[in-house]
Write a protein that binds this ligand. Structure first.
Ligand code: BJW
Ligand code: ZN
Length: 258
């Protein structure tokens, strides 16, 4: 039987264009908690799905804002792991034909040197007014290092309303430019590489089906099976930080042998 890194490398060898879809599991080995695993510390009592809504923010702005500041603080202290660097390296082989579509809001792909990255669910670094949408730079929020469960958000200098995190909450539309770029990349891709997502949240979870609908192949890397797993061409049960460096090595090896 072919080892999964070799089978994956074979599929990528034949591809001209690749779209990578990543989720919270991609950052787990960088120490960023996934979305649906038990929260620890300050947040052990709260369900993250209930914090990631506009309703939760309006009901308890200090709690939700505090949760986002704590995550921003943690993410700034995190480092992209070897799997991130492997993806940035892989991209060089495909030039413009390599697009990373991420559901993550942590910015780690860009920090690892990846270029063509689409952030479907926004960014922890971007804040804006909840009413007039005026951007609010993260660096104007004082006391970022002072992690507290509750932090009242600042208010907008134009209209006085609350400043909210620049992420996409449940029930909100994804940024139209991000959706456009992601779907174009999926429509053109010969292979979708799906890494570290539970494939539960839409529309992101539909992206692999777009690739398959155009005759492309779908590869999934995740230590645990997901609702996507039964329909993929190749399921590789492994953590991203181990699988992606192996894959990059296998591809480099096959290039040398040619
Ligand atoms: C490892 C690992 C390792 C661990 N290596 N792997 C169609 C059907 C049903 C519902 C809907 C639908 N279309 C839309 C909806 C509604 C809703 C939705 O999807 N609901 C479902 C939950 C049922 N979608 C929306 O509301 C979206 N908006 C929208 O569709 O607008 C149009 C519209 C408007 C009004 C009404 C209807 C439609 C918006 C979705 C926004 C999601 N936002 C969040 C929060 C972002 C901000 C923040 O970070 O706080 O995004 S929710 C959360 O889930 C976050 C994540 O990006 C997203 C996905 O989670 P992800 O990345 O998959 O993480 P986990 O934790 O779930 O999984 C981790 C995985 O990693 C696991 O599988 C592990 O095994 C694995 N793993 N270690 C590799 N080392
Ligand atoms: Zn405003």
């Amino acid at each position: 039987m072919t080892a999964p890194h070799e089978a994956t490398a074979d599929l990528l060898e034949q591809a001209r264009r690749v779209v990578v879809l990543t989720g919270a599991g991609m950052s787990a080995e960088s120490g960023v908690p996934t979305f649906r695993e038990a929260q620890t510390g300050l947040w052990a009592r709260f369900n993250p799905e209930e914090l990631a809504t506009e309703r939760a923010f309006r009901e308890n702005p200090a709690r939700v804002f505090g949760w986002y500041l704590q995550r921003l603080h943690a993410v700034r202290a995190a480092e992209p792991h070897a799997g991130y660097r492997a993806l940035a390296h892989l991209a060089q082989r495909f030039r413009d034909g390599f697009c990373i579509v991420t559901q993550n809001v942590d910015g780690l792909h860009a920090r690892a040197g990846s270029r063509n990255v689409v952030e479907l669910h926004g960014s922890l670094e971007a804040f804006r007014c909840i009413e007039c949408q005026l951007p609010f730079p993260a660096d104007q929020i004082g006391g970022l290092d002072d992690v507290q469960a509750e932090r009242p958000p600042p208010t907008c200098r134009e209209c006085g309303n609350l400043i909210r995190p620049g992420v996409v909450w449940f029930g909100e539309s994804l940024p139209s430019d991000a959706i456009g770029r992601a779907w174009r990349a999926a429509e053109e891709a010969d292979v979708a590489l799906v890494v570290g997502t539970s494939s539960l949240v839409y529309p992101a979870a539909n992206l692999p089906a777009v690739v398959r609908g155009r005759g492309g192949r779908v590869i999934e890397i995740n230590p645990d099976e997901t609702p996507l797993s039964p329909s993929v061409d190749l399921y590789w049960s492994a953590p991203a930080g181990e699988a992606l460096p192996l894959l990059a090595e296998a591809l480099a090896g096959s290039q040398e042998r040619r």
